[in-house]
Design a protein around this ligand. Structure first.
Ligand code: 5GP
Ligand code: ZN
Length: 142
């Protein structure tokens, strides 16, 4: 992918502060450092988003998340939690179209990171919930 900024980082054409690398992934600091230590885990294979992972790639990438998350947490006693985000599609705040997992260490409720969740408990009827579930279930792959 010639125009992909993360492919260029993977190929060392653009510098990055890298904390871990193997045959399958590169983990480097996000330039924006939402909080100190904010890291991206990026598959070396150019896949656009979660919908393009096959099971083998998913295993090779996601199995590394806990190890890297722990290393970040252990690096600083002020880290008391971590948000892990995988944005898929512009509507979901994906701006770089090479899949990446954000690890955002959390220090306090005023550390610069926030999420807003609507609460729609009870809005959908039981029948509507079952219809939604059935629509998903019929698309599950073995
Ligand atoms: P997204 O919005 O797609 O979930 O996240 C893309 C992330 O890539 C952003 O948080 C942005 O700061 C980061 N980013 C964009 N360009 C670069 C770059 O050249 N180097 C690094 N290290 N991070 C980048
Ligand atoms: Zn790429």
């Amino acid at each position: 992918m010639d125009d992909c900024i993360f492919c260029k980082i993977i190929n060392n054409e653009i510098p990055s502060t890298t904390i871990y690398e193997d045959d399958d992934i590169k983990a480097f600091f996000d330039i924006s450092q939402v909080t100190p230590g904010h890291t991206l885990i990026v598959p070396k294979k150019h896949v656009k988003n979660i919908f393009e992972y096959d099971e083998d790639l998913a295993q090779r990438v996601f199995k590394k998340v806990p190890m890297i998350a722990r290393a970040i947490k252990e690096s600083n006693p002020d880290i008391i939690g971590m948000n892990i985000c995988l944005n898929n599609g512009e509507i979901a705040y994906q701006s770089v179209m090479h899949s990446h997992i954000h690890l955002v260490p959390r220090y306090s409720d005023k550390d610069g990171f926030s999420m807003k969740w609507a609460d729609n408990t009870g809005v959908a009827s039981d029948e509507q919930m079952q219809e939604r579930a059935d629509a998903i279930k019929k698309n599950l792959e073995d």
